[in-house]
Design a protein around this ligand. Structure first.
Ligand code: UT7
Length: 347
C-alpha cells in the first residue's frame, strides 16, 4: 500500500474514533405518498382472442389475468411516469421543489439517453438529479433500495421512486405465449427522510435485499435494444423455468427480509408481490403459510406491468383504504436477469 494512503486511512480512523456519539435516531426513508397512471385503452382477454389464437378461459385459468391497459402512442414511459409521480406528490402533500432525486425503474425507456428519469424531472420541475434503473420486473424493489441508500447517506432527503413500462412496444403480438401476459402502466412513491422520532417512530424502509444471477439471463430477455432502430426487440420467455424460479426466489427473499429484522411471517400485514401470474402468487402464499387476505393482487386487472406492477398494486391498495400507518408491508419481485429482491417497509 502507498505509505501516504496508509497514513490517510489511519487519520480517518482516529478522526472517527474521536467523533462524539450522536444521540439523534438513525435516518429512515419513510413512504410519504403513492400514485399511479393507467393508459386509456382497456383490452380484455376476449379482445385479444380476436387477434391471436387464445381464449378468455385459457388466460384466466393459467394466469388469473382478465384484462390489461395498453398505451396509445402519446402514452410513453415518461408521460405515464410523470402522471404517476404527480399523483404521488399530491398524495404526500408535497411539491416538485421538495424532491431531490428521481429514480425511474424501466425496461422500456423513451430513448437510449437521456434517461427517461430526467425527462420526468424536467416535466415536474424537480431540481437535483435523476437516473433510470434497469432490473426488469424487480426494478421497483431495486429502486426503493437505491432511494433508501441515498436518503440514509444524506445525499437526498426526498426521492421519487417510479416504475413505468410500455411492454406493448416490445411484445411479439403473434406470440400467444407472451403477448397475453403483459400490460402498460406506471406507479410511483415518494420516500422522504425522517429522524424516526414522534409520529414517525418505527416507520420507514427497514431493509432491502437484492440479488441477480446473470447465468439465467437467457430464460427471460429482449432480443434487441432501443439503440437498434430496425430491431427494437421482442420479449422472449421460457415461462416454465421463470415460473419455477419466481416461486422459489420470491419465497426465499421474503424469509430473508423477515429474518434480517427478527420478525416472523405473522408480522406481515401486506405482501405485495410482483404481479405476473396468480398461480405464482398462490404458490408463494402457500409456501409462506400466509392468509390470502394479506396478499395484494392486481394482476387480474393490470396483467404483468413489470417494474410498474408493485407500485400499481400499492396504489390500488391505498386507494381502497387498505394501507394504514404502522402496518408492515413486504415487497417481493423477480424478473429478467434473473433479478430478484425484497423491501420491508413500516408504513
Ligand atoms: O414478469 C417476469 C416473471 N414472469 C413470470 O413470472 C411468468 C412465469 N410463467 C408463467 O406465468 C407461465 O409459465 C405461463 C403463463 C407463461 C405459461 O403457463 P404454462 O402453464 O407454463 O403453459 P405452457 O407454456 O406449458 O403452455 C401450455 C399449453 C401449450 O400447448 P400444448 O403444447 O400443451 O399443446 C401452449 O401452446 O398452452 C398453450 N398456450 C396457450 N393456449 C391458449 C400458451 N399460451 C397460450 C394462450 N392461449 N395464450
Amino acid at each position: 500500500m502507498h505509505p501516504g494512503a496508509e497514513t490517510a486511512g489511519l487519520t480517518l480512523l482516529r478522526a472517527a474514533e474521536a467523533m462524539p456519539r450522536s444521540s439523534a435516531a438513525a435516518v429512515r426513508a419513510v413512504l410519504a405518498g403513492i400514485g399511479s397512471y393507467l393508459p386509456e385503452t382497456l383490452v380484455t382477454n376476449d379482445d385479444l382472442s380476436r387477434t391471436v389464437e387464445t381464449s378468455d378461459a385459457w388466460i384466466r385459468e393459467r394466469t388469473g389475468i382478465r384484462q390489461r391497459y395498453l398505451a396509445k402512442p402519446h402514452e410513453t414511459c415518461a408521460f405515464m411516469a410523470t402522471r404517476a409521480a404527480e399523483a404521488a406528490l399530491r398524495d404526500a402533500g408535497a411539491s416538485a421543489s421538495d424532491v431531490d432525486a428521481v429514480i425511474l425503474a424501466t425496461a422500456t425507456p423513451d430513448q437510449a439517453f437521456p434517461a427517461t428519469a430526467v425527462r420526468v424531472q424536467a416535466a415536474l420541475g424537480v431540481r437535483g438529479f435523476g437516473f433510470d434503473l434497469s432490473a426488469a420486473c424487480s426494478g421497483f424493489v431495486y429502486a426503493v433500495s437505491m432511494a433508501d441508500a441515498l436518503i440514509k447517506s444524506g445525499q437526498a432527503r426526498a426521492v421519487l421512486v417510479i416504475g413505468s413500462e410500455v411492454y406493448s412496444r416490445i411484445l411479439n403480438w403473434q406470440d400467444r405465449g407472451t403477448c397475453v401476459l403483459f400490460g402498460d402502466g406506471a406507479g410511483a412513491v415518494l420516500l422522504r427522510a425522517s429522524d424516526g422520532s414522534g409520529a414517525d417512530a418505527g416507520r420507514g424502509v427497514l431493509s432491502t435485499h437484492l440479488h441477480s444471477d446473470g447465468a439465467l439471463g437467457d430464460i427471460l430477455y429482449v432480443d434487441g435494444a432501443v439503440g437498434q432502430p430496425d430491431h427494437p426487440g421482442h420479449l422472449i420467455m421460457n415461462g416454465k423455468e421463470v415460473f419455477r424460479h419466481a416461486v422459489t426466489r420470491m419465497s426465499e427473499t421474503v424469509d430473508e427480509a423477515l429474518a434480517a429484522n427478527g420478525l416472523d411471517r405473522t408480522a406481515i400485514d401486506w405482501l405485495v408481490p410482483h404481479q405476473a401470474n396468480m398461480r405464482i402468487v398462490d404458490a408463494i402464499g402457500k409456501r409462506l403459510n400466509l392468509d390470502d387476505k394479506k396478499v395484494v393482487v392486481t394482476l387480474d386487472r393490470h396483467a404483468n406491468t413489470s417494474a410498474a406492477s408493485i407500485p400499481l398494486a400499492l396504489s390500488v391498495a391505498h386507494a381502497e383504504g387498505r394501507l394504514h400507518q404502522g402496518q408492515l408491508v413486504l415487497l417481493a419481485a423477480l424478473g429478467g436477469g434473473l433479478t430478484w429482491g425484497s423491501a420491508l417497509i413500516r408504513l
